[in-house]
Design a protein around this ligand. Structure first.
Ligand code: NAD
Ligand code: IPM
Ligand code: MN
Length: 352
């Protein structure tokens, strides 16, 4: 029996409701496999933990995480208790950086039974490869002067190393998919980082002559993802552009509540982390209506990453069948509760 250790961080808000409730699905999948067993190390790191301890995670927290095979996270943030820049930089972004999870993969695809806001969504299936370690999310800058003279300066940092590895990852993915790659740029308005971004993209395009490439300005690309999402395959984007495009992708699918994400460590030194695109949804806490599909699709990505593609496939099949049968939460136009959706998916997997 192979033991796989998962660090489980429910986090804040609906993360606390969804994450623990999904573990029984992972257990059942492990039973079906017969050869593996998940061991969960659950950590209560959250904004409430911060109020008690003055930190988002203990000193030895990162070492504990780094010893696990993967990290399964819900959401972080409760701005009523702790300012977001403290909670996010103290936990989510800290883990992404210290576990060197340099790539964030975020798929968006048409799911039968999910009502897209688009009149004719067609069968879109695109995937955003988001740079996950630098770019616009930088600590370089500061605030100077005060009063009406006050200035806040935020410098974006684009290294060749990170830009190139993100793009290379995207080219390789495009190679395995439809052979089409779009770069999200803004070199018409951002005069240093984005011309550099374009240059690296063109250099790599030379190494991948079989990949059909295009560059779109981020503003136009945002519009295209609404007007013709089926025209896109892999999209490579900087940290902030990728963040925005993937909430857009979630909305085009039909709800932010179903969008998954994977923070990938490429060098094998540390675990990767799996957390949905959505946040802690403070506006629906305690109502039992949070959509668990984003978290479960994220779990599917985690299973695939751990080499358990067959189990990932079973989970995805159960997710899709459950939606197609109309077992849906309120955000998808249904009346089911979070627990009803989870129980239905669980029962389906047991019946396979
Ligand atoms: P959010 O994603 O939490 O919520 C946006 C809207 O989507 C809300 O109306 C919410 O009710 C809805 N929603 C989100 N997930 C849902 C689900 N699973 N089912 C049904 N409805 C869902 O974004 P926000 O309001 O901007 O952020 C809230 C907090 O979460 C903030 O503290 C923010 O910083 C944090 N956040 C964390 C992460 C993360 O941990 N990965 C991601 C985004 C936001
Ligand atoms: C996400 C979130 C985070 C990000 C925030 C909460 C820092 O929006 O994972 O998409 O911007 O990366
Ligand atoms: Mn986001």
């Amino acid at each position: 029996m192979k033991k796989t250790t998962l660090s489980v961080i429910p986090g804040d808000g609906i993360g606390k409701e969804i994450v623990p409730a999904t573990l029984k699905i992972l257990d059942t999948l492990a039973e079906i496999d017969g050869g593996i067993q998940f061991e969960y190390n659950q950590y209560p790191w959250s904004c409430e933990y911060y109020l008690e301890h003055g930190v988002m995670m203990p000193d030895d927290g990162m070492t504990k995480l780094q010893q696990s095979d993967a990290i399964y996270l819900g959401a972080v943030g409760n701005p009523k208790l702790v300012p977001d820049h403290i909670s996010l930089w103290g936990l989510l972004i800290k883990i992404r950086r210290e576990c060197e999870q340099v790539i964030n993969i975020r798929p968006a695809q048409y799911i039968k039974g999910v009502k897209s806001p688009l009149a004719e969504p067609n069968d879109f299936n695109f995937l955003v490869v988001r740079e996950n370690s630098e770019g616009e999310y930088s600590e370089v800058g500061g605030r100077i002067h005060s009063g009406s003279d006050e200035i806040a300066i935020q410098n974006a940092v684009f290294t060749r190393n990170a830009t190139e590895r993100t793009m290379r990852y995207a080219f390789e993915l495009a190679n395995k998919r439809n052979g089409q790659l779009t770069s999200a740029t803004k070199s018409n308005g951002i005069v240093h980082s984005m011309p550099f971004w374009d240059q690296v993209f063109q250099e790599l395009a030379g190494e991948y002559p079989d990949i059909k490439t295009q560059s779109n300005h981020i503003d136009a690309l945002a519009a295209f993802l609404v007007s013709k999402p089926d025209q896109f395959d892999v999209i490579v984007a900087s940290n902030l552009f990728g963040d925005i495009l993937t909430d857009l992708g979630a909305a085009v699918m039909g709800s932010i509540g179903i969008a998954p994400a994977a923070n990938i460590n490429l060098n094998g030194k540390y675990p990767s982390m799996f957390e949905p695109v959505h946040g802690s949804a403070p506006d629906i806490i305690g109502q039992g209506i949070a959509n668990p599909i984003g978290q479960l699709w994220t779990a599917k990505m985690m299973l695939d990453h751990l080499g358990l593609e067959e189990l990932g496939g079973l989970l995805f099949r159960a997710i899709k069948e459950t939606i197609a049968e109309g077992i849906k939460t309120k955000d998808l136009g249904g009346t089911s509760t979070m627990n009803e959706v989870i129980n239905h998916i669980h029962a389906k997997i047991k019946s396979y």
